[in-house]
Design a protein around this ligand. Structure first.
Ligand code: PEP
Length: 254
């Protein structure tokens, strides 16, 4: 029922030319794929170039961040409306790197989610626990807090426009992927949180992506889990061959 999403978070990588080359190669490699939504999130400076390179392609464009105000004296920031203007349809918010390196709080992330929805953009809302939190038995509390505070004040209709990415912090960029059981357990828990906050229909409609060292050799097993609706991919999205293989996942129970 839920169309899978494979999204590439390019982080702070690639010049404009390199970004356009990557997306051109990727478009050619996945031209025949029709049952997966494919999203790429380049650096701000490459968005316009990549948008032009994507004309006629089914791949859609996302930004990696935004500021939750439409305009004003906010030096260095970019608003949802400007991201829409440059061709984005989605924006990643709440990524653990922004939470950890830039001190972003659940409340601030909630403002971004609301600002994106107001501007007609799809938030890709990231949550996930650190290794210490998991080992300290706090994983469920952390996920619950992130979901409750990050999605506070939304209607069911707004919630259905949001994509959640479960990204255990200990699996991001480390080569350590969550096991299929760990991913399945967390995703089911998160869907239950959405059901409790909104309703069952909304929870069943929301796509929950897994993120954390997704590669061509582990995507098939992850995508075989019922509550895993796609992947948010960092490192492996920087190579067209690898990302194309991830987009062409074949769900396989381990
Ligand atoms: C990410 O940055 O969202 C991510 C999941 O990175 P990686 O795939 O490199 O772990």
């Amino acid at each position: 029922m839920r169309t899978p999403i494979i999204a590439g978070n390019w982080k702070l990588h690639k010049t404009v030319d390199e970004a356009c080359d990557l997306v051109t190669a990727l478009s050619a490699q996945i031209a025949e794929v029709s049952d997966v939504e494919v999203i790429v999130a380049p650096v701000f400076t490459s968005l316009a170039g990549v948008a032009a390179a994507l004309k006629g392609s089914k791949i859609t464009l996302a930004a990696q961040n935004c500021f939750p105000e439409p305009q004003g004296a906010y030096t260095g920031e970019v608003s949802p409306a400007l991201l829409k203007d440059v061709g984005c349809s989605a924006v990643i918010v709440g990524h653990s790197e922004r939470r950890q390196l830039f001190g972003e709080t659940d409340t601030f992330i909630n403002r971004k989610v609301k600002a994106l929805l107001e501007a007609g953009l799809q938030p890709i809302f990231c949550i996930g626990e650190t290794l210490d939190e998991r080992e300290g038995g706090e994983m469920y509390d952390v996920l619950q807090r992130q979901v409750h505070k990050g999605l506070e004040g939304l209607s069911s209709e707004q919630m259905q426009k949001i994509v959640i990415a479960y990204e255990p912090v200990w699996a991001i960029g480390t080569g350590k992927t969550a096991s299929t059981e760990q991913a399945a357990e967390a995703h089911a828990f998160i869907r239950g949180l959405v059901s409790g906050l909104f309703d069952n229909v909304t929870a069943e409609a929301v796509r929950i992506l897994y993120g954390g060292s997704v590669k061509p050799d582990n995507v098939d097993a992850l995508m075989a889990e019922a509550d895993v609706d796609g992947a948010l991919v960092g490192g492996a999205s920087l190579k067209a061959d690898d990302f194309a293989r991830i987009v062409r996942f074949k769900p396989t129970k381990g």
